[in-house]
Design a protein. Sequence first.
Length: 255
Amino acid sequence: MLELYHAGLTTCSKKVRLCLAEKGLDYRSHFLDLRKFEHHGPEYLAINPNGVVPALVHDGEPVLESMLINEYLDTVFPTPPLRPTNPLELARMRLWTKLADNYGLAAVVPNTWAFYQPVIAKLSPQEYERMIARVPTDERREQWKKASDNSFTQDDHQKAVDAAKRIVSKIEAGIGEGPWLMGAAYTLADIDLLPYVDRIATYFPDILGPGSKTPRTEAWLERMRGRPAVKSTYAPSVDAPASVVPVAATASATA
Ligand SMILES: N[C@@H](CCC(=O)N[C@@H](CS)C(=O)NCC(=O)O)C(=O)O
């Protein structure tokens, strides 16, 4: 049995939910509400000690990290195939998924996490201390602290802009004739990059939007948004309530 612990419309959750949808795989959904810090509870930490979503559990065995979960799914459930079999092509595809893994979150975190500030503001000082103490890694503890007063620095915002530009410029230069990132074959490259590119278009219209001189990336994004599996995975649903709403960009790409 497949079980997915996820937070619905968060970028990393959508990455895996889309892979499952494209393969037509059924799974037991465990929605974790990040606004209630459910992913920091002991039950979930026993599955993913890093306290981040998503986590796949297959026949009782946890599989972590969205990029690796998608590769695992494609290995264990090979139909339809979402990776090339040719080793060189596979290495090239993994360069795209690595781009998503290395730079995707950096591009969107400062703007997305601003959303948590009003949620954290409602906590009493004791509840806040308890929440912070339960965050299992130093890196995420710092992030939750920054989210608490939206103290992401100019440097954090600049890193987000740089990461967004890197992702979009790589796609613009690398997609060729398309229609997908690996050419005729729709692969994990498309699935893994979509959540971040989709948000980059919202947060940084001057990097990806009308006037940004990125027609290939925009056309790819529209093709992706038109896929039935994307429409079902990216829309709010019972499985994925609209708990994380992208907010307006707080730093211009040209700042
Ligand atoms: N490298 C991890 C990153 C997972 C991750 O950061 N997930 C975010 C949602 S996109 C999360 O759990 N955020 C809540 C938190 O950090 O407390 C992956 O790709 O699975």
